[in-house]
Design a binder for this molecule. Structure first.
Ligand SMILES: Cc1cc2ncn([C@H]3O[C@H](COP(=O)(O)O)[C@@H](O)[C@H]3O)c2cc1C
Ligand SMILES: O=C(O)c1cccnc1
Length: 351
């Protein structure tokens, strides 16, 4: 596989299939229910037809990729938990004990964990080993990673998604694990949207007031130091980003290139989606927002992408958990299209 597949994928993303959408829309209006009565499920069904190019699309089985990587900025006291939790959680994913394992099993998902940059060697069963480097550098001192490593992280995500789709996944959920990654995501979002960091930086895993202030100061200092160029998404990723964030963006670009719908999780995965869209604007049409996270920057990035999430349960975990919980709603939309009787087939009087 070439190192630049993600670029080929980026250039191959097609516009939505309006013919499939029109056929799905006409079919929805023939189903045995008052016109428009399944509300947003109807819109979702038509959107999924437009994405997949299938008038009766399927989204099962869904596929989940959990990308794990460490952040040098964790050493600046910006998380409520220590850096070693990243590797420990990777082992937990491998043994099936994390929230995403539980919700993934519940929805019959294919799930893979990918080491794209954990700070230590990972020796956990089944984890895909695609380490670009051992954690990023602290953005407060250096660029988080080189531009080349940023591209490699995109490529890791792209390749991982290709492997997942080869296994038969019909919808992509991207999740992540990386202590410190709400700091990196906030910095990326502030840079990409040229927004004041104070409005975006939240408490992540639940930092105290003192650490929260420190976290805001770290983001501001790093942006002042590196001056990432908002018009150059790879520059933003390299200077203040994260390896798992790049990988999620690469996976999203692959999904768009394959006409596979993407169901976004929380703050970090949605910032990765914004990165993907800045690299590949046509990918925006392939995104669905699963849930609204408690993290304050999430509302801003969702609005920037024009996305309205399906559920709001006060979650703030990541890993792909909120997307997995929202997935049954997406599946309901497709099952409505595929399984409901029409007025004609059921002999029900239409108006
Ligand atoms: C046990 C544990 C499991 C997690 N699963 C996801 N995260 C989430 O929290 C981290 C981001 O928050 P911050 O920027 O404050 O470090 C990421 O790893 C994210 O996936 C977790 C965090 C912890 C502690
Ligand atoms: O919204 C998220 O994805 C999130 C929020 C806090 C901590 N980890 C993840």
């Amino acid at each position: 596989m070439s190192h630049a597949d993600w670029k080929k994928g980026r250039d191959a993303v097609q516009p939505l299939d309006t013919k499939a959408a029109a056929r799905a829309s006409a079919h929805v209006d023939q189903l045995t229910k008052p016109l428009g009565s399944l509300g947003r499920l109807e819109k979702l069904a038509v959107q999924l037809a437009a994405i997949t190019g299938e008038p009766a699309p399927a989204v099962a089985p869904p596929g989940i990729l959990v990308f794990a990587a460490d952040h040098g900025v964790a050493s600046e006291g910006v998380s409520a938990y220590p850096q070693e939790v990243t590797a420990q959680m990777v082992a937990n994913f491998a043994h099936g004990g994390a929230a995403i394992n539980v919700f993934g099993r519940q929805i019959g998902a294919l799930l893979h964990v990918v080491d794209v940059g954990v700070a230590t060697d990972v020796d956990a069963p089944g984890v895909w080993s695609k380490k670009v480097r051992y954690g990023t550098a602290s953005m407060l001192r250096k660029w988080a990673m080189s531009r080349e490593e940023a591209e490699q992280s995109l490529q890791v995500g792209y390749e991982s998604a290709e492997a997942l789709f080869a296994e038969g996944a019909k919808l992509l959920i991207v999740g992540e694990m990386g202590i410190g990654n709400t700091t990196a995501s906030s910095a990326m979002l502030a840079a990409l949207t040229e927004t004041e960091p104070d409005q975006l930086v939240g408490r992540g895993t639940g930092v105290c007031d003192e650490k929260w202030e420190r976290k805001k100061a770290v983001v501001k200092e790093a942006l002042a130091l590196h001056q990432p160029n908002p018009a150059d998404p790879l520059d933003v990723l390299a200077k203040v980003g994260g390896l798992e964030i790049g990988a999620m963006a690469g996976a999203i670009i692959c999904a768009a290139a394959r006409r596979v719908p993407v169901l976004l999780d929380g703050f970090i995965s949605t910032v990765a989606a914004l990165l993907a869209v800045r690299l590949c604007p046509a990918a925006a049409d392939y995104l669905l927002a699963g849930h609204r996270s408690q993290e304050p920057g999430h509302a801003h990035v969702l609005a920037t992408l024009g996305q309205e999430p399906l559920i709001d349960l006060g979650l703030r975990l990541g890993e792909g958990s909120g997307a997995a919980v929202a997935f049954p709603i997406v599946e309901s939309a497709t099952r409505m299209l595929r399984e409901m009787a029409t007025f004609a087939s059921a002999g029900v009087s239409n108006r």
